[in-house]
Design a protein around this ligand. Sequence first.
Ligand code: ASP
Length: 287
Amino acid sequence: MKLPMIIVHGGAGKWKGKRIPVALEQVEKAATSGFQVLENGGSALDAAEACTVYMESCGKLNAGLGARANIDGVKELDAMIVDGNTLNFGSVAALTGIQNPVSLARYIMEKTDFSFFAGDNAKRLYEKMIAEGYRTESEPGVVAQSFDGGAKDTVGCVVVDSQGRIAATSSTGGIAKKIPGRVGDSPIMGSGAYANDVCGATATGWGEHIMRVTLSRMIVLYVEEGLEVGLAAKKGMKMFEAKTGSEAGVVVADAKGNYSFSTNAKAMPTAIIQGSINKMTSFTCQE
Ligand code: ASP
């Protein structure tokens, strides 16, 4: 049984050896928290949000609480959530002072007529989201982990629920030494993540380069054109490397629950749960 399933990454990059097991533990826990939502009847979107909120709140990955700061020492967060069923998405960029941008991205997608907000005005929407009770806070700026489904370097996931609906997320503090206002690929539809009714993908790595080739959209396109997910992920990474000479990583899943991942970076901690909570596999993707 391949569905439901979740594939989660904790960022592709030059991981220091002793941080890799720490990150692996967190992506495994994030996959579990997302899968529990699926088991309790939650949708792919519910699970993708829960999984990503977990990673934003764990403090060990480059997102939310653990996000890398910009050169002014401020955490400016970018995030996106994509609903493959409707092609709708919500994005936030350069957001300060809150921990869980993925929940705000979902609010933007579901409750506004718009898709993408940045900076202080995005933060105003966060306040509106809390005031309306769309999500509650466990403390100021921190979204409480309570979803309809029950349970409760850049991170991202692709989730396929038992109905074959796909959701994808990405969430990040961005790259080292970024100057204030810099926004990477993570909140850009088709670059940091993409999903439709056939396939979903989410990417991590040097955002300026990922955006040049709209990496996530290209990989999904390869699957739409008939490649199986493993070959599509490899083809995407090969194309990315040939055109940019840069490093990145991707995780991919199709509507039937077939999944794959590929990276040319030193490591990309990745966890997958497919069909049953007892069926977790994880990889460091180390060279
Ligand atoms: N892609 C992210 C960015 O450029 C960074 C990362 O994946 O670690 O903002």
